[in-house]
Design a protein around this ligand. Structure first.
Ligand SMILES: Nc1ncnc2c1ncn2[C@@H]1O[C@H](COP(=O)(O)OP(=O)(O)OP(=O)(O)O)[C@@H](O)[C@H]1O
Ligand SMILES: [Mg+2]
Length: 223
């Protein structure tokens, strides 16, 4: 059984004036234990592809299939809560919750509470280099890199095995960006998750196991 795959995946944005064919007949498959990069020019369909993988959009034709179930036949809120974690370029955290509360929140949704939740949250925050002094800070009181790392800790704590990251380093300086990338690679290689990173940065892409190149909504594999 394939972990995640796209079959003839096609999606267009339509309004009364125009139709944009953002993703066209895409076929690809993803495994656990690997990190993938999706690269391509602005407007080539990368974010749309990720939204389809996350079940935030549904295909016009073709399918996104997660462990044998197509996204149009599943409870997609549950899918995102239990399986697919999405990390965006910015605005990842709940602004009115502290770093610790943000991480605890994702566990609470899954019924993990109390001391066990707190210990797990501390472990995950520690793994991404967030110190106990920072636990009680609100997102507005942290740097972009710190916020991004808390967002990753939140995805980790919830145990989601599919991590979808859209330009996760877009707002970060090189040091913070490198740190975020190495955390994402570790998740794939040491924790057996499946990590898909949309990035403009070819150096980041080169560190992953497989590069998928989008061009005008069509997927081309890099050699
Ligand atoms: N909500 C929308 N309504 C209409 N067209 C859209 C919408 N969102 C995206 N598009 C169009 O769909 C195409 C793919 O957009 P998408 O956001 O997936 O590109 P991208 O590869 O992520 O670009 P970038 O690198 O700039 O983030 C583009 O032509 C874009 O203009
Ligand atoms: Mg995009």
């Amino acid at each position: 059984m394939e972990f995640l795959k796209a079959e003839n995946l096609t999606f267009s944005y339509r309004n009364q004036y125009q139709t944009v064919h953002a993703v066209r007949q895409v076929n690809c498959a993803f495994e656990r234990g690997k990190a993938y990069a999706v690269v391509g020019k602005s407007g080539s369909g990368k974010t749309t592809l990720l939204s389809l993988f996350a079940g935030l959009e549904l295909p016009n034709s073709g399918a996104v299939i997660f462990q044998n179930t197509p996204t149009n036949k599943m409870d997609r809120d549950r899918y995102r809560r239990d399986h697919a974690a999405v990390i965006y370029q910015s605005y990842n955290l709940f602004p009115l919750l502290t770093a610790m509360e943000n991480v605890l929140y994702s566990m609470k949704l899954k019924g993990i509470r109390g001391k066990a939740a707190r210990e797990r949250a501390e472990k995950e925050l520690d793994a991404v280099g967030i110190t106990p002094e920072q636990y009680r800070r609100f997102p507005a009181q942290m740097s972009g890199g710190e916020q991004q790392r808390v967002a990753i800790a939140r995805a980790l704590a919830a145990g989601n095995e599919l991590i979808l990251a859209d330009e996760p380093t877009g707002n970060l300086d090189i040091t913070n960006g490198d740190q975020v990338v190495s955390i994402l690679l570790r998740l794939a290689h040491e924790e057996n998750r499946c990590v898909i990173i949309v990035t403009h940065d070819l150096e980041i892409a080169a560190e992953t196991d497989e590069i998928l190149m989008m061009k005008d909504g069509v997927l081309e594999r890099e050699q």
